[in-house]
Design a protein. Structure first.
Ligand SMILES: Nc1ncnc2c1ncn2[C@@H]1O[C@H](COP(=O)(O)OP(=O)(O)OP(=O)(O)O)[C@@H](O)[C@H]1O
Ligand SMILES: Cc1ncsc1CCO
Ligand SMILES: [Mg+2]
Length: 267
């Protein structure tokens, strides 16, 4: 029987469903993340107000929460949305941007972790710090290698019963037991702000479009970024032209090309 969980097949399913994803992201990421989602074939809605975030999570296919530009009002909306997603049986993804930087962020992430995210996606410095290690992260930017975060990712996944994705030069995804690496992308990617935040939203779209396969959904979303990133990077002159080329590459990526070009290996 054909494997329904290859990245290409999951991309086909995701586009066919065009899942509504509630993206509680940050002021920096909102526009690029929505454009990335639309280019890839998902349906994003940036809804974060405390007054409506919980209600909206119940009608969304998935929820993503990113603490990049946190404030107390937004945090209240995040907590309501995560509780509502849990009650409705919807997957939700946590992006713990620079959670190590301030006491406010550390406390917020601890509260969000208690609500048991389905998937955590962060850069290496964020994942190392989240597992209690000493990271070299500076603000929102990683200064650690993905390889150094792999043990932390496994630990976190075991502890919280979730999928953990670490992104960087070569990405790493684990459920605490099995793990995969996804190679590809472009050195221009960390030079364009909020692509990681956008990827978190896309992970939500793939999680919404799959049933009980958050590990495969995460690998597929990361593979889409890796292949489209490689294609855009090959033609780009710098981060500016990379940015628009990346949106075009996401939109024109076919499931067949994705399965052919994706460099996914068992870790
Ligand atoms: N040097 C690199 N080479 C290839 N791909 C990269 C590189 N650095 C990051 N990427 C890719 O860029 C995407 C975003 O990951 P990254 O780890 O930069 O997120 P992030 O640090 O959370 O970003 P941000 O906080 O700006 O949103 C992923 O698809 C990742 O594989
Ligand atoms: C630059 C920046 N500052 C807060 S969030 C964000 C987007 C990248 O994480
Ligand atoms: Mg980030």
């Amino acid at each position: 029987m054909q494997d329904q969980t290859t990245a290409g097949n999951l991309l086909r399913t995701m586009r066919a469903n065009s899942p509504l994803v509630q993206c509680i992201t940050n002021f920096v990421a909102m526009n690029i993340a929505a454009n990335v989602m639309l280019a890839a074939g998902a349906s994003p809605a940036m809804v974060h107000a405390e007054e409506e975030a919980g209600e909206f999570a119940a009608i969304s296919g998935a929820l993503t929460i990113n603490i990049g530009t946190l404030s107390s009002g937004w945090l209240a909306g995040m907590l309501k949305a995560a509780r509502s997603a849990n009650n409705a049986g919807k997957p939700w993804v946590l992006d713990p941007v620079a959670h190590y930087a301030t006491a406010f962020r550390r406390k917020a992430v601890a509260q969000l972790l208690e609500l048991q995210p389905t998937i955590i996606r962060g850069n290496a410095s964020e994942i190392i710090a989240l597992a209690g290690g000493t990271s070299r992260g500076q603000g929102v930017d990683s200064r650690d290698a993905v390889e150094q975060a792999e043990d932390s990712a496994r630990l976190l996944a075991e502890k919280h019963g979730c999928i953990v994705a670490v992104t960087g030069v070569t990405d790493f995804v684990t459920d605490g037991q099995k793990a995969k690496r996804i190679a590809g992308g472009s050195p221009f990617m960390p030079q364009v702000t909020a692509l990681g935040c956008s990827l978190t939203c896309l992970v939500g779209a793939f999680a919404a479009a799959t049933t009980n396969a958050p590990f495969e959904a995460t690998v597929a979303a990361l593979a889409v970024f890796a292949v489209a990133g490689t294609q855009a990077g090959a033609a780009a002159d710098g981060p500016g032209s990379f940015s628009w080329r990346f949106l075009d590459a996401l939109a024109s990526l076919t499931p067949e090309v994705l399965d052919r070009e994706a460099r996914v290996t068992v870790a």
